[in-house]
Design a protein around this ligand. Structure first.
Ligand code: SAM
Length: 219
């Protein structure tokens, strides 16, 4: 993703009450922040937030947390919040490599990965949000019946992800190489990147994965 520095974005984020500053303090206590016991869903690498803001708007019975690495991108999501009246959405600016610092065992009901950065070089494979290393992280805090849903137009990344799901001991519930011509398109909320790629005619791949047992490692 090409990143444009947005002047003052760090300060804006530090001052915004919708962005959690002390993430570790909320680990295991996110429900206190939301003020209810509704299930918590997260999007990792949410970009400018179109998907998660719309999810939160359409599903007031759920709680949402959007995670984004860069302040310059997260400020764009905050702009969308100006027209958002719900109380079921918060943001974290962090590198997902440290995601286990944010959530306790069984704290999260679902994880969305949308158009994650492909990191095409082999030596960077561990950074892909669908690498075995990340499945092991998700394993630490996703509820036993929780699901991870991943969308991308990048076929090599998708093929890699299908392999990594199984290598990590997870199970594919379903997948498609052409979401928009499949049964899974019903209720699909488009992300910023998805809109762009669909307009170009690129097929969108999607997988849904779960696991039966929780692991022990957070690598
Ligand atoms: N999900 C959005 C969409 O579909 O429109 C944005 C997709 S964009 C290609 C990938 C986003 O993931 C970028 O905003 C990037 O900064 C973020 N990202 C990449 N690696 C990350 C990481 N390790 N932790 C948190 N965010 C990350």
């Amino acid at each position: 993703m090409r990143l444009r520095n947005v002047k003052g974005s760090r300060e804006t984020i530090a001052a915004n009450e919708r962005v959690i500053q002390d993430v570790a303090a909320h680990k295991g206590r996110w429900h206190e922040l939301f003020g209810n016991d509704h299930p918590i869903f997260i999007e990792v690498g949410m970009g400018k937030g179109k998907f998660i803001v719309e999810m939160a708007r359409q599903n007031p019975q759920n709680n949402y947390i959007g995670i984004e690495k860069y302040s310059s991108v997260l400020v764009r999501a905050l702009e969308k919040m100006e027209a958002f009246e719900g109380n079921n959405l918060w943001f974290i600016r962090m590198d997902a490599e440290y995601i286990c610092d944010a959530f306790e065992k069984d704290e999260v009901s679902g994880i969305y990965l949308n158009f994650s950065d492909p990191w095409p070089k082999d030596r960077h494979a561990k950074r892909r949000l669908t690498s075995v290393q990340f499945w092991n992280r998700y394993d630490q805090f996703l509820k036993p019946d929780g699901r991870v849903i991943f969308k991308t137009d990048n076929r090599p990344l998708f093929d890699f992800s299908l392999e990594q799901v199984e290598a990590a001991g997870w199970t594919l519930e379903n997948y498609t190489f052409d979401l928009h011509h499949s049964e899974y398109v019903h209720g699909n909320i488009m992300t910023e990147y998805e809109e762009r790629f669909v307009a170009k005619g690129n097929p969108i791949c999607r997988l849904c994965a779960y696991r039966d047992k929780q692991g022990q490692i957070c690598g």
